[in-house]
Design a binder for this molecule. Structure first.
Ligand code: GUN
Ligand code: ZN
Length: 427
């Protein structure tokens, strides 16, 4: 059997409270199935698997690959575009850029760049927006299939308040989405998400179609945006005066549920949180985006105290970094301004098993349980002179992890493995 041992300091979570940490650990991976065979103390594992090849790391930590619960692959060229808040930013930069994704070559080249950027940052799974074009989804899934990465993606549904070139119709979005579901959902590691962009760019008729798609395809996901920005919320009120809140628009059309992920949720009230919790609908917390677009300070504690599943997300290109470590850095500061200090343990739990749970993927990824898919990263604790110096002063694992999440970025990712195969190695 082709199996391989990776020996290093190592950690993963069994649940939100239990972190397993080996100063000298070993991960046994089956190269053919791409699954975890065993994890444990190196001394024990090495004695029992005498004939396997061993890769040893110094000053590194092996952990499960990071999961990004909200990101836009066509927005790699929109990142770091100057000026204004959400609606102007969409009209001035995002929509014009997304028009070019009807071209499958452009979409394919961008999808490969995007996936390589994720791997370089230690992200192995993401919930991804494509554009309104079927071609963009085909390009993305073809690229993801090439790397055998576990990805969730969907064709944007939008039939108003956007340039003509980006608008579908309620019926064409329904037909195209069903065709893409049939083609891609659960094909290898690929999964589909029904993707109405947000309430502003969909007619009532289109949202109704999105709800029908969710009903007809019970294992697909739903992703959209919710209560990110005040002007956006005011516009939704104008468009749907009969609904009692922004969330209620989605609720009315049957879009809430355990496989639904709402990006942002910065300006929600108690009733909204209760309804999200009741329906087990998730929120993707997008700290770098919320700061960059001046959207507001997400209230992580309030969401969690209502029992709403919250995941961590980059939201590139509204977000400013592919790095989930940098995402934690900004999440920490937002929580500080809300009067709570986000603990490193909770933060790394969210990036791995927590986000896997929020995406109903905890039976497949998120930790090193035997039989799970071997998506893992090798983090470099000495990736810069400053980090090496800082880590040298840390007395506990928590202090060290905290330094990594504040100082770390793509340089802290040494290697990334997807289903047991290397997809990135730092030069
Ligand atoms: N709301 C609707 N579309 C978008 C988008 O592309 N990015 C962000 N951040 N918010 C949105
Ligand atoms: Zn977004």
């Amino acid at each position: 059997m082709a199996q391989h041992i990776y020996q290093s300091q190592l950690l993963h979570f069994l649940n939100a409270e239990e972190l397993v940490h080996f100063e000298d650990g070993a991960l046994v991976v089956d190269d053919e199935t791409g699954r975890i065979v065993e994890v444990g103390a190196a001394q024990d594992i090495l004695a029992r698997y005498e004939n396997l090849a061993v890769t040893r790391y110094e000053n590194k930590i092996i952990m499960p690959g990071f999961i990004d619960s909200h990101v836009h692959f066509p927005q790699v060229d929109v990142i770091a575009s100057y000026g204004a808040q959400l609606l102007d930013w969409l009209n001035n930069y995002t929509f014009p850029t997304e028009i070019s994704f009807k071209d499958q070559d452009k979409a394919s080249q961008t999808a490969h760049f995007f996936l390589n950027e994720l791997f370089k940052n230690g992200t192995t799974t993401a919930l991804v927006f494509a554009t309104v074009h079927k071609e963009s989804v085909n390009a993305f899934f073809n690229a993801s299939e090439h790397y055998n990465s576990r990805m969730i993606c969907g064709k944007v549904m939008m039939d108003r308040n956007a340039p003509d070139e980006l608008c579908d119709t309620a019926q064409s979005s329904f037909d195209d989405t069903q065709e893409l579901i049939d083609q891609w959902h659960e094909k290898g590691r690929q999964l589909y998400a029904v993707t109405p962009r947000f309430a502003i760019t969909s007619t009532a008729e289109q949202l109704e179609k999105a709800g029908q798609l969710m009903q007809a395809n019970p294992t697909v996901y739903m992703q959209t945006h919710l209560s990110e920005n005040q002007a956006e919320i005011d516009f939704v009120k104008e468009l749907f005066p009969e609904r009692k809140s922004y969330l209620d628009v989605y609720d009315y059309y049957g879009l809430l549920g355990p496989r639904s992920v709402f990006a942002h949720g910065v300006h929600l009230d108690k009733e909204d949180f209760e309804r999200l919790s009741e329906t087990r609908s998730g929120i993707a917390f997008c700290p770098t985006s919320n700061l960059f677009l001046g959207s507001g300070l997400f209230d992580l504690q309030q969401a969690q105290s209502h029992g709403v599943p919250v995941s961590m997300a980059s939201d590139v290109g509204g977000g400013t970094s592919f790095s989930m470590l940098q995402t934690l850095n900004e999440a920490y500061k937002i929580c500080q301004l809300r009067g709570v200090s986000l603990q490193a343990r909770q933060a790394f739990y969210m990036l791995t098993l927590g986000n896997a749970k929020a995406l109903s993927l905890e039976d497949k990824i998120g930790n090193f349980e035997v039989g799970k898919e071997a998506d893992f990263i090798v983090m470099d604790c000495h990736s810069t002179a400053l980090m090496q110096r800082k880590v040298g002063t840390c007395k506990t694992l928590d202090e060290m992890l905290f330094s990594m999440m504040i100082l770390g970025d793509d340089r802290a990712i040494s290697e990334t493995y997807v289903a047991g195969k290397p997809v990135y190695k730092k030069a």
